[in-house]
Design a protein around this ligand. Structure first.
Ligand SMILES: [Zn+2]
Length: 255
């Protein structure tokens, strides 16, 4: 039994049979639980609807840095964060790769306002960071009570060490299985077992051997297999550890 801790189920899966088919294939593959994050504020209602209607699906609600400039409070209400199916705030963070540098102040404002929400509601966060490691760590340092997960973690040991010291978890995506991702596997080999979870980030980043296809939650099995290899433990044991870690990471989830 596995859990895909980050799959964008509100995106368009019509080319591979639709969202219901994708959810059914996950279940068949032993991926029993799914966590659906939001990035675009327009997806918030859809994510909550999916989580409300499916016992094995949970949502995290957040606005991605690519929407910097908007006010998170206009979209994320206390009522949303109090919903028992909403288990965290995310994905939120900083992205200096896709975004031009003049958005940095607005990105920081959007990020901080959502960290405040997480603080007020005592919710864990799912962090997106790309080419922005130092600023991400600096902003998080101002919120010492917050815990959460580094989603689709591809940064180096420097950031891993800082976030480990704060009690964060690390989510491996399909990138872990890529041939040229030796440095990422090396970083994950150093992260303790009790801080590891897995995700697909569907519909992006399909793992080997499905590269090039649209990614779906069933494929998280491939990433968990590689993680088990890296840690030199049986796949079943790795799966059990991941489930246990998710319970610690997202206390509102009852599996
Ligand atoms: Zn994502």
């Amino acid at each position: 039994m596995l859990i895909d801790t980050h799959c964008h189920l509100t995106y368009d899966f019509s080319q591979i049979g639709g969202t219901d088919a994708v959810i059914a294939r996950a279940e068949n593959a032993g991926v029993r639980y799914l966590i659906c994050p939001t990035a675009d504020p327009e997806d918030i209602n859809a994510a909550i609807k999916i989580a409300n209607e499916n016992r094995n699906i949970f949502a995290t609600i957040g606005i991605h840095p690519e929407h910097a400039g908007i006010c998170a409070r206009d979209y994320i209400t206390d009522e949303i964060l109090n919903n028992p199916r909403v288990v965290g705030v995310g994905e939120i963070g900083l992205d200096y790769h896709e975004m031009t540098s003049d958005t940095r102040t607005a990105q920081a404002e959007l990020f901080e306002s959502q960290l405040e929400m997480a603080c007020n509601h005592k919710l864990p966060v799912a962090i997106h960071t790309r080419d922005a490691e130092d600023d991400t760590a600096a902003i998080l340092a101002r919120f010492p009570d917050i815990c959460g997960v580094m989603h689709c973690f591809t940064s180096g040991w420097n950031l891993a060490k800082k976030m480990l010291d704060r009690g964060f978890y690390f989510s491996a995506s399909g990138i872990l299985t890529f041939k040229n991702a030796g440095d990422i596997r090396e970083t994950f080999s150093r992260i303790p077992l009790d801080r590891l979870v897995v995700e697909t980030d569907s519909p992006y980043c399909a793992p080997v051997p499905y590269r090039g296809r649209q990614c779906e939650p069933a494929y998280v099995v491939e990433t968990a297999k590689v993680l088990a290899e890296i840690k030199n433990i049986p796949f079943e044991k790795m799966s059990d550890i991941i489930i246990e870690n998710v319970k610690q990471l997202y206390p509102k989830i009852e599996l």
